[in-house]
Design a binder for this molecule. Structure first.
Ligand code: 5AD
Ligand code: SF4
Length: 422
């Protein structure tokens, strides 16, 4: 979501005559697009702001947008007095106001509207993988999560504007569409006639666009994985066989205290249905270890579910207490060293599973999407349908096909190697 917001901000500034630079000392405007989901991310923002204010030109405008702006609000001006703007995730389209009035300060951290999507100029060319946000905010209120505070309650964009963005992306270079939302499978839009549109409608309609060859979406809440959506994995071959559906913990009592009130049986049942619809589907998850009150036995249940489901490509985090959340006030906060121990154990197991899965791909052939040359400029990086990185060596990287059939020849934990196949 932040990568997408960054694209829109860059496009808007281009329309105002700016071009991008990597050199802080050369910039006329410096914007940090920020994440507040864990304390570490927020801390990094303020240390970066300190560095930037010393390195920038004296009259360069600088400020923060996104979730840290929303969380810090006016306090950001107190901490960094020469900041020019603090704009929340639903206000960054107001940035031009500071351009026309550079001596003022601009603070807007209001929520409640998605005007930014339709007010900002469209990108002239789209990347091969185009992100299309379809909803923003979240109504789930998991007790550890700051997102309902920073991005607000769930709002779904209209079906027409989602499809207009998707068509625009397809006509300007996109081959893959990734629908985005904090609770993407909760997407629900009712038009004037009362017709309800869900994510499955967006997928079905997008699959009809000839330029679009691959479709995916992230991030999904387990109990919103409704049958109409599960069916898409059976009926729409362009939908990739890969789904991020975070479980967070394998302990029923931790899930209850996280305010994620689904049963493990239900979660497993959804995976069973997904596998029936698409036998080659693979799932990835997010995990939080060291949630308040998590016992050794709770943690072992997380290890057990990880071993049962064999997630590929998961993300795991130490619980980080956040402002405006209920869990930050819970008793039995877990000491840092125990969190670190549990994270290391879970990570090492998840890496093992990922390496096994990567190795199981050897000799298999996949349709892969070109990402671009690697750092050395001598090899190509493709993405498999499971989003694995696959490195291909060819004589001429300039004529590489955007979509290619690739047979996997080698694998390690982080990536695959492959060769073009007819
Ligand atoms: N501490 C640690 N991880 C968190 N996440 C969200 N809030 C927190 C927190 N307070 C993780 C969840 C979520 C992912 C985007 O970030 O696993 O799925
Ligand atoms: Fe946060 Fe996701 Fe829970 Fe919503 S469903 S509150 S975004 S972790």
């Amino acid at each position: 979501m932040n990568v997408y917001d960054g694209w829109r901000i860059a496009t808007m500034l281009k329309h105002h005559g700016f071009s991008q630079t990597d050199d802080v000392a050369d910039a006329d405007i410096i914007i940090l697009n920020t994440c507040a989901v864990r304390a570490k991310a927020t801390d990094k923002v303020f240390s970066a702001l300190g560095r930037i204010r010393r390195a920038k030109k004296p009259d360069a405008l600088f400020g923060i947008v996104g979730c840290v702006a929303r969380e810090a609000g006016a306090d950001a001006f107190r901490r960094i007095p020469d900041l020019n703007f603090v704009l929340g995730p639903q206000s960054y389209h107001k940035l031009p106001q500071i351009l026309s009035n550079p001596d003022s300060r601009l603070l807007d951290i209001n929520l409640g509207g998605l005007e930014k999507f339709d007010e900002l100029p469209q990108m002239e060319t789209s990347p091969r993988v185009a992100y299309i946000p379809i909803q923003e905010g979240c109504n789930h209120v998991c007790t550890y999560c700051i997102v309902p505070y920073t991005r607000g309650p769930e709002l779904s964009r209209s079906f027409e504007s989602c499809m207009a963005d998707t068509l625009h992306a397809a006509k300007t270079g996109a081959i893959e569409i990734c629908f985005l939302g904090q609770n993407v499978n909760g997407y629900k839009y009712t038009d004037e006639s009362g017709r309800i549109y869900r994510l499955s409608d967006l997928i079905r309609e997008t699959a009809k666009i000839p330029e679009i060859m691959r479709i995916r979406f992230t991030s999904s809440y387990p109990t919103e994985m409704t049958d109409d959506l599960i069916k898409m994995f059976a009926t729409e071959p362009k939908l990739l066989p890969f789904l991020n559906m975070p479980i967070q913990s394998g302990s029923q009592s931790v899930l209850t205290r996280m305010n994620r009130p689904y049963s493990l049986e239900l979660y497993l049942d959804i995976i069973r249905k997904l596998k029936l619809a698409r036998p080659d589907i693979q799932i990835s998850s997010d995990f939080i270890v060291g949630f308040p009150g998590e016992t050794d036995s709770d943690f072992e249940q997380t290890m057990a579910i990880a071993s049962q489901i064999k997630y590929i490509n998961s993300y795991s985090f130490k619980y980080s207490p956040r402002p405006h959340t209920a869990a930050a006030l819970m008793k039995d906060q877990i000491p840092e060293n125990i969190k670190a121990e549990r994270l290391a154990k879970l990570d090492s197991y998840l890496n093992e599973v990922q390496r096994d899965f990567n190795e199981s791909c050897i000799d298999k052939t996949f349709d892969c999407l070109l990402e671009g040359p690697d750092k050395t400029g001598r090899h190509l990086v493709y993405r498999t349908p499971y989003m694995q990185q696959c490195i291909v060596t060819t004589d001429d990287i300039t004529t590489a096909p955007a979509l290619a059939r690739i047979t996997i020849t080698a694998a390690n934990k982080a990536s695959l190697r492959g060769k073009f196949t007819a």
